[in-house]
Ligand binder design. Structure first.
Ligand SMILES: Nc1ncnc2c1ncn2[C@@H]1O[C@H](COP(=O)(O)OP(=O)(O)OP(=O)(O)O)[C@@H](O)[C@H]1O
Ligand SMILES: *[C@@H]1O[C@H](CO)[C@@H](O)[C@H](O)[C@H]1NC(C)=O
Ligand SMILES: *[C@@H]1O[C@H](CO)[C@@H](O)[C@H](O)[C@H]1NC(C)=O
Ligand SMILES: *[C@@H]1O[C@H](CO)[C@@H](O)[C@H](O)[C@H]1NC(C)=O
Ligand SMILES: *[C@@H]1O[C@H](CO)[C@@H](O)[C@H](O)[C@H]1NC(C)=O
Ligand SMILES: *[C@@H]1O[C@H](CO)[C@@H](O)[C@H](O)[C@H]1NC(C)=O
Length: 911
């Protein structure tokens, strides 16, 4: 009885403690049921003090942190409520005979290691991996009693995964395309399952080193092309699948040492780059349909080539017969189709090669007949090396690209049929006597005037040819005319816009006294234009280089009073900011830095970066007007923001004899910042990330509207990669956890920092306040804990905010909720900036007369045209800009164009 009572007492205390802290829970029940189901249970697994059991570790409050019962010949099951062990970091039960359904581990957010391999588990629940935000190493290999399961898409949320080992684990379905999110993944082992489908594109650029996908029951299929961009690959096991196509160029896989490709359906030549891989030691390619010369690897490489199971031309190294070589080029342009690879082997094209006919001597190839083979690809110019060819039939396939002109040189050619494909380009002029048929290629011959009338129309032309040709010409003419007219209209519009801007600026400069009613952005324009025109004659004032605004040091000295102490606006981590005033009274801010602070960047890189930054213009981004390089110094010229930083108004207003910001101003600032950052993120496929958003980088105008400043840290990510690994930049207190932990940047890093700024606006407290006790010093941690109820929010609000107005309070609650959302630990749970803007928009509009808002946000379509062209120009060669969503976003979110931008087009002179 006494024992019972004391236990009750303990339970009571526990419950009380639980109510108090919301953290502690009793792991005893789970551990007891675990001990019961194991057979034989480990000898020490008796009694209530489970923390002393063998293989169990606990923390100070007796919560289980790790379980290790590996290799103990145990039978039994895992307890169904094991995910109540909320402090569990490691679960190691490998190499036993455990069976039954695996319980879910969902929401064990601390869990890092899970090893389940070599057991007899019978099923894995679909929500098994949900919320395992810290999962690093997972293994379930060799559980062949599992019922079949698929790899869940949600694995993309387990962003800390380093190893995912699930060979012989009854996996079916495809490999989900999630590896763009699993940036820490190094080991992926999925051998001996029943995976099907293609290799996911997101393998490209991943950090995977150890890739085992071999021996799938039915077989993975498609090409291996994505391997060429898996630069970290060191071991790739892809054998026993149904991969097709050629072995890709793996020259970037510089640390690859083991490549297993045997037993697939690979075709084509073994690339030279594979033979010269510096670290290769092991390669197996037998049992494919590889063609061409026998590859020769360096002596250190152990290779299994399959001279008799592939389609190499010779069983010894050395070049193939010239006709064979040319025909393999022809096959290569078609992607080495399997049907050819099966038959086109050995070194004599006249011995049983499908689709090939030779002359009576059985030596020279006279015809190639590829009609109706569903081939895609292009027509190889190497046809021209087969000089005995009389007839080439390529009709009724899906061939693209041009008809190589060199085919006109084939001396014996009598027939060339390319009808019913998708060819384009000019139609070469064949000699009389060649029967040339090209009908049913809508894009062919639309290249313009170079096409001579009657070309390709030898006397023996069929009627089909002519009708096909006529159709091609008329379609071509229409497309040509439409394009021509469009280009003309765009040029006319652009030139007249530019002239309009020039005129307007000149007028404004002339009318400076009356210029008070100009909107702020026009002032910016005046500044630049002024700098540009002032130096008339001596060119000292301003030079335009490749569209950049270069401003001379003399001008900057002059306008800052020789960098007078009195003109210092502030000091940042990267340099001193001076105020400058032009002769007409327009103000600028000059940031003066040593070149070293821009990193190890060279001059070219600096200029390139500035070239981009000067083009980023938005109502809520502080405009970079120009720059100057003076010896070791780099100077950046910004638009001047008269009310200084948000941090001054939020944290230092007492010292400055100012007033605290009211809530209307705060929420309007939040919206401005949101819009500015949203615009940055919308540029060029999300490749602009601020990385250092904080109140000292938010500047205010006299109307207390905000602009985001300090693009020194903005980097554009490489193509196709929305996240880049760079050295950590940013400020403690605002760093998203995944950024701090891994240094990898996505737009969600800015969303996090924005959430912190929202918290600062609500509480009036700094993100990191070391003067406060430890549990309060980090704003995010404290705020997220503090805001569980509306009363709590009212308590934690900045004391200067009025808390009796219901409308204000509702607005604050909404912003608090948004702040919590933006600072979610998991970047995938954070909204994007567009969402934040949508939440804040209605809160601000409520305070404003709607007319002003409309005027402010009005989109001037005339104004965005040069922006379109500019971006087009800036991204020349990357035609992806068009037809891309972010493009239209960019256009529509540029509310107005500062007139200074017109000056970046000096190549078009209207004066
Ligand atoms: N365009 C501007 N107009 C008015 N004041 C400015 C302008 N730019 C900067 N300042 C002032 O200069 C100070 C220093 O700015 P700077 O961008 O160098 O540093 P920071 O943002 O405070 O910190 P960090 O360099 O670490 O990002 C700012 O705090 C602000 O007071
Ligand atoms: C995990 O947490 C989410 C959200 O808190 C909840 O909806 C879900 O039911 C939990 N899953 C389990 C298995 O506890
Ligand atoms: C359990 O799995 C092992 C391999 O993991 C296997 O050898 C054994 O036959 C299985 N036992 C049962 C009862 O399924
Ligand atoms: C393997 O996967 C394929 C396709 O998903 C399926 O049709 C087949 O039944 C699976 N085979 C086994 C043995 O599970
Ligand atoms: C190898 O990497 C370089 C640089 O990233 C790239 O330009 C090149 O195209 C890559 N080569 C292949 C075969 O992918
Ligand atoms: C085969 O071609 C070669 C060169 O292309 C030529 O010299 C030879 O005469 C040809 N043989 C026959 C039988 O046409």
């Amino acid at each position: 009885m006494a024992y019972h009572n004391s236990r009750h007492l303990r339970l009571l205390c526990l419950t009380f403690f639980l109510l108090l802290s919301f953290t502690a829970a009793d792991d005893a029940a789970v551990m007891q049921s675990f001990a019961k189901t194991l057979s034989p249970a480990p000898t020490t697994w008796t009694g209530t003090d489970f923390c002393t059991w063998e293989g169990i570790n606990c923390d100070k409050s007796n919560r289980v942190t790790s379980i290790n019962i590996a290799s103990k010949s145990l039978t039994g099951t895992l307890p169904p409520d094991i995910n109540q062990l909320s402090q569990l970091k490691s679960l190691a039960v490998q190499r036993n005979f455990l069976s039954g359904d695996l319980p879910t581990l969902a929401n064990l957010t601390l869990l890092e290691q899970v090893t389940l391999d070599t057991n007899n588990f019978t099923s894995i629940p679909p929500d098994f991996f949900l919320g395992l935000n810290n999962l690093q190493n997972f293994s379930i290999s060799f559980n062949s009693d599992l019922s079949s399961w698929v790899l869940p898409e949600t694995l993309s949320q387990n962003t800390n995964l380093q190893s995912f080992l699930a060979s012989n684990a009854k996996i079916t379905g495809t490999i989900p395309d999630i590896f763009g999110s699993l940036l820490n993944l190094q080991n992926l082992r999925l051998s001996n399952n029943n995976l099907t489908g293609n290799l996911p594109p997101s393998f490209g650029g991943s950090q995977i080193q150890n890739l085992w996908l071999n021996n799938q029951l039915q077989g993975l299929s498609g090409t291996l092309d994505v391997l060429s961009s898996m630069n970290q690959l060191s071991q790739a096991w892809l054998q026993v699948n149904t991969f097709t196509g050629a072995i890709p160029d793996l020259s970037n896989c510089t640390i690859l040492f083991d490549l297993q490709l045997r037993d697939n359906q690979l075709t084509g030549l073994v690339p030279q780059s594979l033979m010269s891989l510096p670290k290769l030691e092991n390669v197996a390619i037998q049992n494919n349909k590889l063609q061409g010369p026998l590859p020769v690897f360096q002596p250190r490489v152990h290779s299994e080539l399959g001279t008799d199971t592939n389609s190499f031309c010779l069983s010894t190294p050395g070049p193939c017969d010239p006709q064979v070589t040319s025909l393999l080029d022809v096959a290569g342009a078609l992607g080495y189709p399997m049907s050819l690879a099966q038959s086109w082997k050995d070194n004599d094209a006249c011995k049983g090669w499908i689709f090939i006919t030779c002359d009576s001597s059985g030596k020279n190839v006279t015809s190639v007949s590829f009609g109706k083979q569903k081939f895609s690809g292009t027509i190889s110019p190497s046809f021209a090396k087969l000089t005995s060819l009389r007839s080439i039939s390529l009709n009724d396939n899906n061939l693209m690209g041009p008809i190589p002109k060199v085919l006109t040189s084939l001396p014996n050619l009598q027939l060339l049929d390319v009808s019913n494909n998708n060819l384009s380009g000019d139609i070469p002029v064949f000699p009389n006597g060649v029967r040339f048929t090209d009908g049913g290629n809508p894009l062919l011959g639309t290249g313009g005037p170079s096409r001579t009338p009657g070309s390709g129309s030898g006397p023996t032309n069929t009627t089909g040819t002519q009708s096909g040709t006529t159709k091609g010409v008329s379609a071509g003419m229409i497309v040509g005319i439409v394009i021509g007219v469009l280009v003309f209209v765009v040029i006319i519009l652009f030139v007249s816009y530019k002239c309009y801007i020039k005129k307007r600026n000149q007028k404004q400069v002339g009318n400076q006294e009356k210029g008070k009613d100009l909107v702020k952005n026009d002032h910016v324009g005046v500044v630049v234009d002024k700098l540009h025109t002032e130096g008339s004659g001596d060119k000292e004032m301003s030079v335009f280089e490749g569209g950049n605004v270069v401003i001379s040091i003399q001008v900057l000295r002059q306008v800052t009073g020789n960098f007078n102490e009195e003109n210092i606006l502030g000091r940042g981590g990267f340099g001193v900011v001076y105020k400058g005033e032009l002769h007409d009274g327009t103000k600028i801010a000059v940031k003066r830095m040593e070149s070293g602070v821009m990193g190890t960047k060279g001059l070219k890189e600096f200029q390139a970066e500035i070239a981009v930054l000067t083009k980023v213009r938005h109502r809520h981004l502080v405009a970079l007007l120009g720059y100057c390089i003076n010896g070791n110094e780099r100077l950046l010229v910004y638009e001047y923001m008269p009310q200084g930083t948000l941090s001054q108004h939020l944290f230092e207003w007492r010292g400055n004899n100012g007033n605290p910001l009211n809530w209307k101003q705060r929420v309007s600032i939040a919206l401005d910042v949101g819009r500015g950052v949203e615009y940055l993120h919308s540029l060029a496929q999300q490749s602009f990330i601020h990385r250092d958003l904080k109140p000292s980088n938010i500047l205010l105008g006299d109307d207390m509207r905000a602009k985001v400043a300090d693009f020194g840290l903005v980097k554009s990510a490489p193509d196709g990669k929305h996240s880049l690994e760079t050295k950590l930049a940013g400020t403690f207190g605002y760093l998203a956890p995944e950024y701090a932990a891994t240094g990898r940047v996505t737009t969600k890093v800015d969303v996090y920092a924005f959430g912190v700024v929202l918290m600062e606006l609500i509480t009036g407290r700094k993100a990191l306040d070391e003067t406060l006790p430890e549990d309060k010093s980090h704003l995010v941690t404290w705020f997220r804990r503090a805001i569980s109820s509306k009363q709590d929010i009212i308590k934690s609000m900045d004391q200067t905010l009025e808390n009796d107005n219901e409308e204000t309070l509702e607005s604050i609650f909404k912003v608090a909720e948004l702040a919590g959302h933006c600072t979610a630990r998991d970047p995938y749970q954070r909204p994007d900036m567009g969402h934040a803007v949508n939440v804040l928009g209605p809160l601000v509009e409520r305070w404003k007369p709607s007319r002003t808002e409309e005027e402010e946000e009005g989109i001037d379509l005339h104004m965005s045209l040069p922006q379109v062209l500019e971006r087009w120009q800036a991204d020349e060669g990357t035609s992806r800009m068009f037809g891309d969503d972010s493009f239209s976003q960019t256009v529509s979110s540029v509310p107005s164009m500062p007139s200074g931008i017109g000056d970046t087009f000096d190549s078009m002179n209207c004066r």
